[in-house]
Design a protein around this ligand. Structure first.
Ligand code: NAD
Length: 366
């Protein structure tokens, strides 16, 4: 039976259109060979949307984003829009999407592909086989808490305030995402906060423990965020799923990302409640320094599409096919400039896409 999968593609700025063109090739391949009927809409976001619509996300684009199963986004931003007001900057388009689609769960896998094991700043034996999933709460915590601001005190001193705040329902819904994911992976959740010095951290720990009781088959442990950062670079393979708040997740996911070596390889997903919105995007930005040169690495975007297949479309075999194809292309020695190593073959963005399709062909025929 043919499956209908609705998707909004937003290539964005800089290298966005180049990397998205390669993801489109994969979508076309899946449509032809795997009986998946992608209903694809394409539109602008970020600076590209500002240039056309006068704002970084038009109301019409937002309506489409709300109506589809998933959004696949390239990247936004660039020096061209540096002097535009904050509410119209390219990044505002991204933030509006996150807010309007209620994307509260940010999933960032840190997977070390075997052929790139030497690209990590850690010893190969520490990262070989690494497969961690960081689940970061994305819409609460100190980045959004009130009161906030900078005020001038009567004595003339200035005072900056941000508020770390979480409610039980916010903690419960992100904890459920983490436990559900762990159930599909290696059955372990590490919850990270600063319960030793922050009341919001204590609440986080207590509430995650309560949710954990509903998942007796999942092993839960708690780790202070500073200790978690240290353990991530000491023995990263001890982790399966790490669940944490917005601020600590921001930091810990960047640490975990760098264990794998390259920004051009890292996908991400941002999810809402079950059946709600979902957005998939590479972790990297619009890389204006290399835009238009045909040398950007499209793998993070293609792996983001694989995440959409796994988490939104319930097409795990197709997601696995893409991930295996990427692994095989790397094993065969093909590299874009950012992951180039001695004695390997450097290829352009589009040739990398072609190699991935060829590898998918080979795996499919087996
Ligand atoms: P960046 O991720 O765009 O680039 C950092 C470095 O990594 C650059 O040297 C770039 O060439 C390289 N790089 C990134 N992606 C690559 C890829 N796929 N292949 C090969 N090399 C790659 O970060 P930046 O330079 O700090 O930011 C550039 C712009 O992107 C800014 O406007 C920033 O606001 C925006 N940005 C957007 C997002 C997003 O859309 N989610 C995320 C981060 C930054």
């Amino acid at each position: 039976m043919t499956k209908n999968l609705s998707l909004l593609i937003l290539p964005g700025d800089g290298i966005g259109p180049e990397i998205m063109a390669e993801a489109r090739k994969v979508i076309d391949w899946l449509s032809k060979k795997r009986n998946l009927n992608f209903i694809v809409h394409e539109d602008h976001v970020g600076g590209a949307a500002y240039d056309i619509y006068g704002k970084p996300l038009s109301d019409e684009t937002l309506e489409i984003a709300k109506s589809v199963d998933a959004v696949l986004l390239g990247a936004v931003g660039g020096p061209k829009w540096a002097n535009v007001s904050y509410d119209k900057r390219p990044e505002a388009g991204l933030l509006t999407l996150r807010k309007e689609l209620e994307l509260f769960a940010n999933l960032r896998p840190a997977i070390c592909f075997e052929p790139l094991v030497d690209a990590s700043s850690l010893k190969p034996e520490l990262v070989s086989g690494l497969d961690i999933m960081i689940v970061r709460e994305l819409t609460g915590g100190v980045y959004f808490g009130e009161p906030r601001g900078i005020e001038t005190l009567p004595n003339g001193e200035r005072r900056g305030v941000n508020t770390q705040v979480y409610t039980t329902s916010e903690i419960h819904r992100i904890a459920h995402v983490a436990f559900d994911l762990a159930g599909k992976r290696n059955g372990r959740v590490t919850s990270s906060e600063k319960a030793n010095v922050m009341e919001s951290g204590l609440l986080w720990r207590e509430e995650v423990t309560k949710v954990g009781a509903e998942y007796p088959h999942i092993k839960l442990d708690h780790m202070l965020a500073d200790s978690c950062a240290m353990q991530l670079v000491r023995t990263p393979k001890q982790f399966d799923v790490i669940v944490t708040d917005n601020l600590f997740g921001d930091l810990l996911s960047d640490v975990a990302a760098m264990l794998t070596g390259s920004l051009g390889m890292l996908p991400s997903a941002s999810l809402s409640h079950k059946g709600g919105g979902a957005m998939y995007e590479p972790v990297h930005g619009s890389a204006p320094d290399i835009a238009g040169k045909g040398i950007a690495n499209p793998i993070a975007t293609i792996l983001s599409l694989a995440m959409a297949l796994r988490y939104t479309y319930d097409c795990a075999p197709e997601a696995q096919l893409i991930e295996d194809a990427v692994q095989n292309v790397l094993r065969d020695g093909f590299r874009t400039a950012d992951i180039m190593q001695p004695n390997k073959t450097q290829v352009s963005t589009s040739i990398m896409g072609d190699h991935i399709l060829r590898a998918m062909d080979k795996l499919f025929k087996r």
